[in-house]
Design a protein around this ligand. Structure first.
Ligand code: PLP
Length: 223
């Protein structure tokens, strides 16, 4: 077995105080998750609803599950009873559906808004302007069963460290802007989630509070 325990401790030792680790366990078996669990890790990230359901049913109850991938609105209901945080919300439509399903389950679901800053073509994430518009429109304030806890982004998958740093700093500056404009009185809006296996050391220098690391802990995924 891959040295999950050793790798987990290596990543944790790289993280300054106050930076949380989401251990990204998608495509890895329960055995691997449990190895990290036994070392005290409680926060795990998954990106497929069906896979998450199977893991959630068979693994310990005190795991905090983060849904980190693109979530279709028609699937929110399956994870709403237990999900700890939905990390990649990029539309008002999805936010409304999360609120509706959270209400049905009598709970408040924490979410992050996903930004699209990377130069790469991707369908997902809000541009900075789209995010400003969503927040300025104000409807989110009426959704009592969702709590917007911060912002999430993925930097471009490139070798150029300076490009990664530029993109993460853009996200960090944008966080400061929306924090001041829309969340000044809201202590719960505090998370900046950037940094994955190849770029989390840069992310912690760019004010990340929550890195999402998979491969470095669990090894390569077999799809
Ligand atoms: C898979 C995934 C990660 C982890 O990627 P690694 O390179 O394996 O660390 C982080 N964030 C998101 C959104 C992912 O889908």
């Amino acid at each position: 077995m891959y040295d999950v325990k050793g790798n987990l401790h290596k990543v944790l030792s790289d993280l300054p105080d106050g930076v949380k680790l989401v251990a990204v366990s998608k495509f890895h078996t329960n055995e691997y998750l449990l190895a990290a669990y036994e070392e005290g890790q409680r926060v795990f990230g998954e990106s497929h609803v069906q896979e998450l359901k199977q893991k959630q049913q068979s693994l310990p109850d005190d795991i905090e599950w983060h849904f980190i991938g693109h979530l279709q609105t028609n699937k929110v209901k399956y994870i709403a009873p237990y999900i700890s945080m939905i990390d990649a919300v990029d539309s008002m439509k999805l936010l409304r559906e999360i609120n509706k399903q959270a209400m049905k389950n009598n709970r408040v679901i924490k979410v992050l808004l996903e930004l699209h800053i990377a130069e790469e073509e991707t369908k997902y994430g809000l541009t900075l302007d789209a995010c400003r518009e969503l927040l300025a429109a104000g409807e989110w304030r009426e959704l009592k069963n969702v709590q917007i806890c911060g912002l999430m982004m993925m930097a471009s998958y490139v070798e150029d460290q300076e490009q990664i740093r530029r993109e993460m700093m853009m996200a960090s500056d944008f966080f400061d802007e929306v924090k001041a404009r829309f969340f000044a009185d809201d202590d719960q809006f505090c998370e900046r989630s950037w940094g994955m296996s190849h770029d989390y050391p840069i992310a912690v220098q760019c004010h990340s509070t929550m890195v999402r690391v998979g491969t470095t802990i669990f090894g390569p995924r077999v799809y």
